[in-house]
Design a protein. Structure first.
Lengths: 442, 367
């Protein structure tokens, strides 16, 4: 049950009537007013349409990229005998920002109405509908019946893949590498493609003398970048991935975006690029257990599979288990592969976690470690106004020194390191991959 | 697919009946306790009141002696019953209507005035002078009045009356009129002390019928006084206020009803990654760690300088100083002092060091 402003207005009017009544009839007038109000409310409630009998149908589960709007529709059927007129609220978690908050509905008996709510989520992840509440006003508009229904519904908010704007440029570079025919850098594992006639400018080292001897022309072997290499992207979802860096591109929140989300963005660009380059991409999210995994089966649906797997991931507040992570990676890879680890270049965490077990991995696979740098630390390092800023600058420089040291240590293990500011991480990682591919090191 | 989550009236009754039952039980038990214990509230010297300031104990004692004690609260009742009984004026401060007071004075009969105010004294015991301010303490009778001698020591005080000798002048008996400076010794709380009970019995038990005049609110207005506020307000204003209360209640119900329950959401952890760096900076500051701060600044500057100077990471101090001095044109000793000197002596020296490092870096970069 709910009341409206009209009930309050009725009571105020009644109060004025009591004031205007003759002194000896004031008590009678008061009780009369109360009786009339109670009667009007009771009648209105009795004549209001029933909320309990309403039937709801929801459109299918939705997927929406973070930063975009999704429209969830709700079909309300009124099988009851009375018209249901009033307000309807389709409740969703606050961070999905449902709009409008409440709808005006008017459903005659036996009919159905469609109600659309627009969601503009601020966070990635899965969101379930919290319920539908209907307030059915009586014919007098004084009182209303109110009731809630649980209506299943789910919206999955996917990572926004903001770095896709870099994809055309990176693909162009990939084609340029592809077009190096023959590839001038003849690294190991470069694949033989075909034989063709020598043209001026070809590397004389690629002349195939045996084939030339069989024919009148000089024949060169052509090469193409290796295809069908395996790339495993490992996303660290441990405690270091919770740290917020940069500015949240979805909401503009200056407290930043978790490292995990920047890592996902870079991983998506890399995966898109690898898929175009003909490599097989696997994905693994790990902290102390496997949080999500994708095996690159069909290439066409790689990206949808990846964003779907990434969407519900959240940073776990536990120290990542590097030993288990390496074991999980090794159990998934037979051939020599490129293992891309998206984590943080945190000296302590790496010294105690990844570095001791890194040789197991780097001896059999090519390891590329990518980390996001904090622009706020860079800003702190430039502070010179007064002793406070200089102390902060010293702390920031200290962290910079530690990062460089741990980077050098990783490079000695044969690990490639990409350390870039949030906005540059995805293109930097893509460039690192393209460089490895051009050098034939995959 | 859809389920109503609002409970039906039956379900609601089922979930609330326990609470309602418990509340009802508490009310019933409370009412029973009050009824059995017989606690009666009331004003001071009210013969219904069982509180320490009431006078129920005295009334019960008198009734035990065969005295009929009747409490009246209005002038009309008091006037009607005054004749042939002892009129006890227990709350003279409430008797403000001069006309009624005169009417009462005109009735014959015995009177016991407890702490009489000047208007009451003038009307009911003309000619007696009274002074306020006698301390309420234990006094001995100090006179040969039977009632006082038999009772012995008692707690008296309040008003003292001219010409009276008993209890330091606070109790005066002249013919039919008895004056008592204070009613404290008659209250439930004080009756058991000393000879209070005996004195009260002796003074109040002189007649077979006692009319106990103890109004609970002021009666009438004194001469020349304004009407009380309550009489100036029209009678239906009270009901109007109640009607407004109803309106406010309905407004509260209207505004307070939410359209559906509050939706809860799991909030993410917000950890700014730079917090550790800021924390370390504050620690440096708190401990005045100029040495560590200077070391970090110099290490970082050297790591940026050496590649620009065309040197490897293994280059010695002298090599770096010589190369930097050559590139910047600064004095070698000064460059060495900045890059490899001692710990800065204070905050100012640390800031100066940071600026000097910046200068060398900038000069190397620009040269």
């Amino acid at each position: 049950m709910a009341l409206t402003g009209r009930a309050a207005l009725l009571a105020v009017a009644g109060a004025l009537l009591v004031l205007a009544a003759p002194a000896d009839l004031a008590a009678v007038a008061f009780w009369l007013v109360v009786a009339v109000i109670v009667l009007v409310i009771a009648v209105d409630l009795a004549l209001a349409g029933s909320v309990r009998v309403l039937r709801f149908e929801r459109s299918d589960d939705l997927r929406v990229r973070l930063g975009e709007a999704a429209e969830v529709t709700l079909l309300v059927a009124n099988p009851g005998g009375r018209r249901v007129r009033g307000l309807l609220r389709d409740a969703w978690p606050p961070s999905t920002r449902p709009a409008p908050r409440e709808h005006e509905v008017d459903i005659p008996p036996g009919e159905r109405r469609r109600v659309a709510t627009t969601l503009r989520p601020l966070r990635r992840g899965d969101f379930t509908a919290a319920g539908v509440t209907v307030r059915a006003l009586g014919p007098l508009g004084v009182a209303a019946r109110q009731g809630s229904h649980r209506v299943e519904g789910r919206v999955r908010v996917l990572p926004p893949f903001l770095s896709r704007r870099h994809l055309p440029a990176k693909l162009a570079r990939l084609r340029a590498i592809d077009g190096l025919n023959p590839v001038q850098i003849r690294g190991q594992g470069t694949e033989f493609d075909s034989l063709r006639e020598y043209v001026v400018g070809d590397d004389v080292r690629s002349i195939d003398w045996r084939a030339t001897a069989r024919r009148a022309d000089v024949v060169v072997r052509t090469w193409r970048p290796e295809r069908d290499r395996r790339v495993l992207i490992v996303l660290d979802t441990g405690r270091t991935s919770a740290g917020r860096v940069g500015v949240d591109p979805a909401s503009g929140d200056p407290s930043g975006w978790p490292r995990l989300d920047w890592g996902m963005d870079a991983a998506l660009l890399l995966a898109a690029l690898c898929a175009r380059a003909g490599d097989r991409v696997d994905f693994l999210a790990y902290d102390r257990a496997v949080r999500a995994q994708v095996s690159g089966g069909g290439r066409g649906d790689l990206l949808p599979a990846l964003v779907t797997a990434m969407a519900p991931l959240q940073p776990e507040l536990v120290e990542a288990d590097a030993h288990g992570m390496v074991a999980a990676v090794l159990s998934r890879l037979r051939r020599r592969s490129l293992v891309v680890v998206l984590t943080d270049l945190n000296a302590t965490a790496l010294d105690e976690g990844l570095i001791p077990v890194l040789p197991q991995l780097s001896s059999r696979h090519l390891v590329l470690l990518a980390a996001v740098a904090d622009p706020r630390v860079a800003a702190l390092a430039a502070g010179r106004d007064g002793p406070e800023e200089v102390f902060d600058a010293a702390a920031a420089e200290r962290q910079g020194v530690e990062r460089r040291q741990v980077t050098a240590r990783l490079r000695r293990h044969g690990v490639e390191v990409v350390d870039a500011l949030p906005d540059d991480l995805a293109p930097a990682l893509a460039d690192a991959y393209l460089n490895l591919k051009a050098a034939g090191r995959l | 697919m859809t389920t109503s989550t609002t409970p039906t009236i039956t379900e609601r009754w089922r979930s609330w009946r326990g609470v309602l039952g418990a509340a009802g039980l508490i009310v019933v038990v409370a009412v029973l306790i009050v009824l059995v214990s017989g606690v009666r509230n009331g004003g001071r010297l009210d013969i219904e009141a069982t509180s320490p300031a009431g006078a129920r104990a005295l009334a019960e004692l008198l009734r035990g002696q065969g005295v009929t004690v009747t409490q009246v609260t209005t002038f009309d009742d008091a006037i009607a019953r005054a004749e042939g009984s002892l009129l006890v004026v227990a709350r003279p401060e409430f008797l403000a209507d001069p006309a009624k007071l005169a009417e009462l004075a005109a009735r014959p009969g015995a009177r016991l005035l407890i702490a009489p105010t000047p208007p009451v004294l003038r009307a009911l015991a003309p000619g007696v002078t009274a002074r306020p301010g006698a301390a309420e303490t234990v006094r001995d009778p100090g006179c040969d009045l039977d009632a006082a001698v038999l009772a012995g020591d008692a707690v008296t005080g309040g008003w003292s009356f001219g010409g009276a000798t008993c209890y330091g002048g606070t109790v005066s008996v002249s013919g039919e009129v008895t004056l008592v400076g204070s009613g404290t010794f008659m209250t439930n709380g004080k009756l058991v002390e000393n000879g209070n009970a005996a004195l009260a019995m002796n003074l109040a038990g002189t007649h077979q019928r006692v009319t106990w005049f103890a109004p609970r609110s002021p009666l009438g207005v004194p001469d020349g006084g304004a009407k009380p506020l309550s009489e100036l307000i029209p009678a239906n204003v009270g009901w109007f206020v109640w009607a407004l209360v109803v309106a406010v209640l309905l407004t509260a119900l209207w505004r307070g009803r939410r359209l559906g329950p509050v939706v809860e959401e799991r909030l993410p952890v917000v950890v700014r990654a730079a917090e550790t760096v800021e924390g370390r900076g504050r620690l440096y500051r708190a401990r005045a760690a100029h040495d560590r701060a200077a070391l970090a600044l110099r290490q970082a500057a050297l790591a940026r300088l050496t590649p620009r100077l065309g040197l490897t990471a293994t280059a010695g101090d002298d090599e770096i100083v010589t190369a930097a001095a050559a590139r910047t044109g600064q004095d070698g000793g000064q460059v060495r002092q900045v890059l490899f000197g001692g710990t800065p002596s204070g905050d100012a020296a640390l800031v100066a060091l940071a600026r000097d490092l910046d200068t060398i870096e900038r000069q190397v970069r620009d040269s």
